[in-house]
Design a protein around this ligand. Structure first.
Ligand SMILES: NCc1[nH]cc(CCC(=O)O)c1CC(=O)O
Length: 306
């Protein structure tokens, strides 16, 4: 099918520095392929509400709703998201057209005084609002004082620099994209701090009735990332995962085998932590989703529940 988009392709994007970097990244890739692109910046409810934990005010959808309205109204054609922030089920009428090659999926330890988590003194204050990070940190260091930390990356780093925290935990991908890799003191290996489903990957959302756009975006998709992320997101979907459930899911290929690991923390805050893993040869989406379903079943067998 010959794809013809009349005029410019418009990307709807949040206006945080990370969101803009990501939208500019996609813009550059599309322009290399001969498609002129412009950006439509907008503020979402998720960007406005900074004083409450996301799990309390409505979750991931808060970061994508306004962008979807722009797609719906035809003011924009595509929306670029950190896949980690995209709900498992998109509203009717929207689809993920493509998943791009993943940046570093791991979490990073950031501090101005300490080199690693192990070096933190008893009772040190660590900033994060991610329930997943809270549960995984508590499992290793029950003595730490974990305090809420919200806002975009620059805001979070500023709060660290002001001395409100001894250390904070952030996704390595965001720091690297913004040229802030020098702030990383240590990288958590997945065994130590299992990443969130989709962490480090970008997804492009379109209206489901725009098959022409899906075709145009196809060259930007990355097969291995698409399969890994499909397995991870199936774990979340099958667990009924929302922002109020501490849940980690991370998959990576070793040869043709996709190795998927997941961790579930009790949403009631008992500190209970269940881990599960499995691996399978995955050549297509169906196999990856099947692997995700199997790991979710193993989590449930270990005591995890919705
Ligand atoms: N929840 C916010 C968010 N969404 C995506 C990233 C980082 C970039 C990525 O995972 O692609 C971050 C920041 C963080 O968790 O530190």
């Amino acid at each position: 099918m010959q794809v013809t988009i009349l005029g410019q392709l418009v990307i709807a994007t949040r206006e945080s520095r990370l969101a803009l970097w990501q939208a500019e990244h996609v813009k550059a890739l599309l322009e290399q392929r001969g498609h002129p692109v412009s950006l439509l910046g907008m503020t979402t409810r998720g960007d406005q509400i900074l004083d409450r934990s996301l799990s309390k005010v409505g979750g991931k959808g808060l970061f994508v709703k306004e962008l979807e309205v722009a797609l719906e109204e035809g003011r924009a054609h595509i929306a670029v998201h950190s896949l980690k922030d995209v709900p498992m089920e998109l509203p009717a009428g929207f689809m993920l057209a493509c998943v791009m090659e993943r940046e570093d999926p791991r979490d990073a330890f950031v501090s101005n005084r300490y080199a690693t988590l192990d070096e933190l003194p008893q009772g040190a204050v660590v900033g994060t609002s991610s329930l997943r990070r809270v549960v995984l940190l508590r499992a290793q260091r029950p003595d730490l004082r974990i305090e809420p930390l919200r806002g975009n990356l620059d805001t979070r780093l500023r709060k660290l620099d002001e001395g409100q925290y001894d250390a904070i935990v952030l996704a390595a991908a965001g720091l690297k994209r913004l040229g802030l890799a020098s702030r990383i003191r240590a990288i958590f290996e997945p065994e130590q701090m299992l990443p969130a489903a989709g962490q480090g990957a970008l997804g492009i959302e379109i209206r489901s009735d725009r098959g022409d756009l899906a075709e145009l975006l196809e060259p930007l998709s990355h097969h291995a990332t698409t399969l890994a992320v499909a397995a991870e997101r199936e774990v979340s979907r099958a667990m009924g995962g929302s922002c109020s459930m501490p849940l980690a899911a991370h998959a990576a290929f070793s040869g043709e085998y996709l190795q998927l690991r997941a961790a579930w923390g009790d949403p009631e805050g008992s500190g209970a932590l269940v881990r599960a893993q499995s691996a399978a040869a995955c050549a297509d989406l169906a196999a990856a989703v099947q692997l995700g379903a199997e790991v979710a079943a193993r989590l449930r067998a270990g005591g995890a529940h919705s």
